[in-house]
Ligand binder design. Structure first.
Ligand code: CA
Ligand code: ZN
Length: 303
């Protein structure tokens, strides 16, 4: 097993990044990640005003995956997603989707392992943890995308399905893919409406390889229950239509259904969900049940 510490972080997914490590396909890699604040907020007294905003949303990497060619579909299996230490939240006027916030506040949440504890004026609320990765992706073919922004390459998608046991698919923009991830949440609701989840440092264990998956739309994610097409755009309207189109493309081109039966199935058993509505681009996903794919005789992506 190889390991990459959080001494190796970057702040924009771009083709020219210098790899921090090279791994073989099928080789397990553990990545130590910082929280989205660059681990700068240790206590409730640590003011957001003192934050170094150049250190926000660090992604650990970049990881060069041997044998990956630009255009390949890279499969990332998330073997483990483990928060380490306390969680942090921040209320920031003007950020997020709740316009009433008019006071800046740093809130520290205890993480007991299976619960995070939010103190409120009515007592402590214990919330079941469901760890997930906010920022995860590969370098785009060209240009530079800040790690705080999601897109076709992945990035800050803040999708609650991206947790332990999930498998992600990205189309490599460059040879080696230049993978990175960070911004773990011990738990987060769909939408991320306040602008953050239970932000936490952590350890992520992945295994990566190339998969022959033809016209699979990316980014794409699956777990035991669901597959989902993920789309990010500047408006919720656009991201919604892109996510619908991407799932339609998966069901027609990869699974092999015709147009109207796909439309009917998507309308009957699909779940259209917001990942987040608060980042520079918003992210929407269209979920579809694995059970129905199985009944359709679909053997699985790349099989
Ligand atoms: Ca995030
Ligand atoms: Zn986050």
């Amino acid at each position: 097993m190889v390991h990459l510490s959080s001494d190796h972080v970057f702040y924009a997914f771009e083709p020219g990044l210098e790899p921090a490590i090279t791994i073989k396909q099928g080789e397990e890699l553990t990545l130590e990640t910082m929280d989205c604040f660059g681990n700068q907020l240790k206590t409730a007294d640590d003011s957001l005003d003192a934050l170094d905003w150049d250190r926000i949303n660090p992604a650990t990497g970049p990881v060069f995956i041997e044998g990956v060619k630009a255009g390949d579909i890279v499969r990332i299996k998330l073997l483990k997603v483990e928060p380490t230490g306390h969680c942090t939240m921040a209320c920031i006027p003007g950020e997020g989707a709740i316009k009433a916030i008019d006071e800046t506040e740093t809130v520290i949440l205890e993480n007991t392992g299976d619960k995070v504890v939010l103190s409120t004026s009515r007592g402590d609320i214990k919330i079941d943890t469901l760890p997930m990765i906010g920022v995860i992706g590969v370098a785009p073919q060209e240009g530079s995308v800040a790690t705080g922004t999601p897109g076709a390459h992945g990035g800050n998608m803040d999708c609650t399905m991206i947790g332990q046991g999930a498998t992600l698919y990205f189309r490599a923009g460059v040879d080696g893919a230049l993978f990175g991830c960070g911004d773990l949440h011990a738990v987060m609701g769909d939408g991320e409406v306040s602008v953050c989840g239970a932000e936490t440092p952590g350890i992520v264990t992945i295994v990566a390889d190339v998969v022959e998956a033809g016209d699979l739309p990316t980014p794409f994610v699956e777990d035991e229950q669901l597959v989902a097409a993920i789309a990010s755009a500047s408006t919720i309207d656009q991201a919604t239509h892109d996510a619908i189109d991407a799932m339609f493309a998966f069901l027609t081109k990869v699974v092999g259904l015709d147009t109207n039966e796909t439309a009917n199935l998507m309308s009957l058993v699909g779940f259209l969900k917001y990942c987040q509505v608060v980042d520079p681009e918003v992210t929407v996903r269209f979920e579809f049940p694995q059970q129905v794919l199985k009944e359709l005789g679909f053997k699985g992506i790349g099989k």
